[in-house]
Design a protein around this ligand. Structure first.
Ligand code: C2O
Ligand code: CU
Ligand code: CU
Length: 525
């Protein structure tokens, strides 16, 4: 079928029809506790084998670019042995397949929405918008919440990959249904690699391991139970790593790099090893830290990435110890939500290369090299609940939609350095605040230096109960409108999300709604 540009716009107006219905909501899922599976029917913690998600390969490559094709589709997953759980996966995989991308190579990902037209229990239409979290993407490829792709439509997303090596993740960002879509399985890891990372001889290959942590709750028939507790958050009683509840990982007697991604809808964690051992934080959201930081415990909010090196060399084969969770306050806990995964040391043969942990990793990290004295202004953002809505400075995404996407909370000039002060005056909630497109340095937390594990460039900051966090940001490398929001996805959907605009007098910046989706059939990738 030959379509001209005008036809495409007309057709994709159908794909974007829900833009006109910004107030449509998921039918509230009634909490039917009697339907919740008995705790005794859940797997015994630390019995199921650890696994890592599959790797996705490009469908073709040319001199500058690798092209991938991803289909969002229903699948069934055996998370609880003997029960089938209907979920939604990128290429049918939960979590989605992992991308391995080299810095300097561009990537195009074709995302096809082949989800059902209605969520079987929750009754909403699963339109999607795919966000590559951690990428300095152009506005129209950033997963702008209102840039939706309905079932039966597809869109090509372009990623520049010029940033330093880091752990990114891709997840759904569809208007008002991000929590449900991510909970159903629409999240995966995207690793950006570079030569600095390789030159350090830190663990690589089989010793560089993703840990994607999610929580879930099940009905007796194995289906997922979703309850957003009056828009406060979703808290499951099962903790899964790479989709497996409380797994056991067999490790060799050497160092491992773990890329920990908290992909949970609302649950934050505070990790520790139950033998008292320390972990070395080597990377934060935006990649390698200037120098590793040794910690015995650290707090990890939703969407943050922390990478740690754990050294198993000194343990006798057969030694077991667990990664556990001391829940930060204001998480709903259950019997086994303090458990995450077990390590079991083996006497398996192992490679002795890439087994280093240098004292310096990325001393010249550009965001960490910023100085407070470079800032030209300070802006403040209050994370508050008003009129039974979660807001940022009183603004919701519905306000942005109502303004025809004109309303912005901040308008820094390109290349300016600013201080953003984020305040949470409530004792009842924490909000991991995410700012799209840029990386920032945490200057202070409650007037004190940042915590040891956050001494690296980041794109999400944990704003705890009654906390004030000051961030230093350079708005370089692009212009246009980008979202900022709480990464408790229930808060984000209801409706703690706003936008800012990086202004460049020489170039207006692309329209985030400027490259809409297309109806099937697709044309060549
Ligand atoms: Cu990880 Cu705007 O999201
Ligand atoms: Cu993001
Ligand atoms: Cu929040």
């Amino acid at each position: 079928m030959e379509l001209n540009r005008r036809d495409m716009i007309k057709l994709s107006a159908l794909g974007g029809a829900a833009l006109a219905l910004p107030l449509q909501r998921a039918l509230a899922a009634p909490l039917v506790l009697s339907n919740r599976i008995a705790e005794s029917a859940l797997p015994t913690p630390f019995t199921l084998p650890f696994r890592i998600p599959p790797t996705i390969l490009p469908t073709r490559s040319d001199a500058t670019t690798d092209y991938y094709r991803v289909e969002m589709r229903p699948t069934t997953v055996e998370m609880i042995p003997g029960l089938q759980t209907p979920m939604w996966g990128y290429n049918g995989s939960v979590p989605g397949p992992t991308f391995h991308v080299e810095r300097g190579r561009q990537v195009v990902v074709r995302h096809l929405n082949n989800l059902p037209t209605i969520h079987p229990q929750l009754g909403y239409t699963p339109w999607t918008s795919v966000h590559l979290h951690g990428s300095a993407s152009l506005p129209e490829y950033d997963g702008y919440a209102s840039d939706i792709t309905n079932p039966g439509f597809w869109k090509d997303y372009r990623y520049p990959n010029w940033q330093p090596s880091r752990t990114l993740w891709y997840h759904d960002h569809g208007l008002h249904h991000t929590a449900e879509n991510v909970y159903m399985g629409l999240a995966g890891m995207y690793q950006l690699h570079d030569s600095l990372e390789r030159s350090l001889k830190i663990p690589t290959g089989a010793y560089d391991v993703p840990l994607i942590v999610t929580d879930a709750m099940f009905n007796a028939d194995g289906s997922l139970l979703f309850d957003n507790s009056d828009e406060k958050g979703f808290y499951g009683d099962v903790i899964a790593v790479n989709g497996v509840p409380w797994p056991v990982m067999r490790v060799a007697r050497r160092k491992y790099r773990f890329r920990i991604l908290n992909a949970s809808v609302s649950r934050s964690y505070a990790w520790y090893l139950d033998n008292g051992a320390s972990m070395s934080v080597i990377a934060t959201d935006a990649g390698l830290v200037p120098a590793p930081q040794k910690v015995t415990s650290f707090r990890h909010g939703m969407a943050e990435r922390y990478e740690v090196v754990i050294d198993f060399a000194k343990y006798a084969p057969g030694t077991r110890f667990a990664l556990r969770n001391r829940s930060p306050k204001n998480n709903t806990t259950y019997t086994h939500t303090d458990k995450v995964m077990m390590f079991e040391v083996t006497d398996d043969a192992f490679s002795k290369t890439s087994n280093a942990l240098p004292a310096q990793l990325y001393p010249a990290q550009p965001t960490m090299a910023l100085a407070e004295s470079q800032a030209v202004r300070t802006r403040t953002f209050d994370l508050v609940r008003t009129n039974s809505k979660w807001t940022i400075n009183g603004t919701t995404w519905d306000d942005v939609v109502a303004s025809d996407f004109a309303k912005v909370l901040a308008d820094p000039l390109r290349d300016d350095v600013e201080i953003w002060e984020i305040r949470n005056t409530s004792g009842g909630w924490h909000h991991p605040l995410h700012i799209h497109f840029i990386d920032f340095k945490v200057l202070s937390r409650n007037g004190k230096p940042p915590l040891a594990h956050e001494k690296g460039a980041k794109d999400v900051v944990f704003v705890g109960e009654n906390e004030t966090v000051r961030l230093l940001i350079r708005f370089d490398s692009g212009e246009g409108k980008y979202m900022m929001h709480c990464h408790n996805l229930v808060h984000e959907d209801h409706d703690m999300m706003a936008q800012f605009e990086i202004r460049n007098p020489l170039s207006p910046g692309n329209d985030p709604l400027g490259d809409p989706c297309h109806p099937l059939p697709e044309w060549d990738l």
